[in-house]
Design a protein. Structure first.
Lengths: 79, 158
């Protein structure tokens, strides 16, 4: 799986892209938990993050499949 | 995804946006009105003088969401053509960051559709801006896109 971080989440993680194995996490929530453990500041943003799976907004309990592209997105501010 | 008219334009660009050319691109003989929205960089934010902005996007998803807005516009309003362009990278004060043009046979649909398009873009398209000031930089406050709720759990067998 490819895992992407954007905006301030990218700053917190220190980079934009990671890769994870399907055995690491079964759902998007668990995947976020994995990175929150690695980068503790991430956990503070949990309530203001939405997730996407394969370029569609996704619920936190969405199951993951190998090959998925998951992104963690802070509040959007285009325009 | 529903098909969109091939003369619609949905783009992310890194060069200055040619707003006159985009407005011309949606103009057709059967139309009677074009409404445009030109969003550009303000010289201050929360009473602090801005130096410049830097925009980034989740580009593949942002383009998909911009196309989705085009589909929604067709479902809701009687319009003809849409051009929707957002610029990324460093933008100076006064430069256009987003431009939307909508043509329609009659003005009411063009006004309503253009308003819906910019409001929806600001809420759902994954683009972020960082504001640079004399004494530092911050990610702009934004809107949390509406995401699907958790999947309802299956009821336990009774």
């Amino acid at each position: 799986m490819t895992v992407l971080f954007f905006g301030r989440l990218k700053d917190v993680a220190g980079h934009a892209e990671e890769s994870a194995e399907i055995g690491d996490a079964a759902t998007i929530e668990q995947l976020f938990g994995l990175y929150a453990a690695r980068y503790p500041e991430l956990a503070r943003y949990r309530s203001s993050v939405v997730a996407s799976r394969n370029q569609e907004f996704a619920a936190w309990d969405t199951p993951l499949r190998s090959g998925d592209e998951v992104a963690f997105l802070p509040p959007v501010s285009g325009g | 995804m529903a098909t969109l008219p091939h003369d619609d334009i949905y783009q992310l660009v890194r060069e200055p946006i040619d707003i006159a050319a985009l407005a011309r691109s949606v103009r057709a003989p059967e139309d009677g009105a074009i409404v445009t929205f030109d969003g550009f960089v303000r010289n201050q934010s929360h009473n602090r003088a801005s130096l410049y902005l830097d925009y980034e996007a989740y580009e593949s998803m942002a383009l998909a969401k911009m196309h989705e807005i085009g589909v929604q516009l067709r479902e809701k309003y009687r319009i003809h053509c849409v051009a929707m362009v957002h610029r990324l990278g460093r933008l100076e004060i006064g430069e256009t960051s987003v431009f939307i043009a909508v043509s329609a046979p009659h003005r009411a649909a063009a006004f309503d559709a253009c308003r819906f398009a910019i409001d929806t873009l600001k809420r759902t398209v994954p683009i972020w801006k960082k504001e640079y000031f004399e004494d530092g930089a911050v990610w702009a406050d934004g809107e949390l896109p509406p995401a699907p709720a958790a999947t309802p759990r299956a009821k336990p067998a009774s």
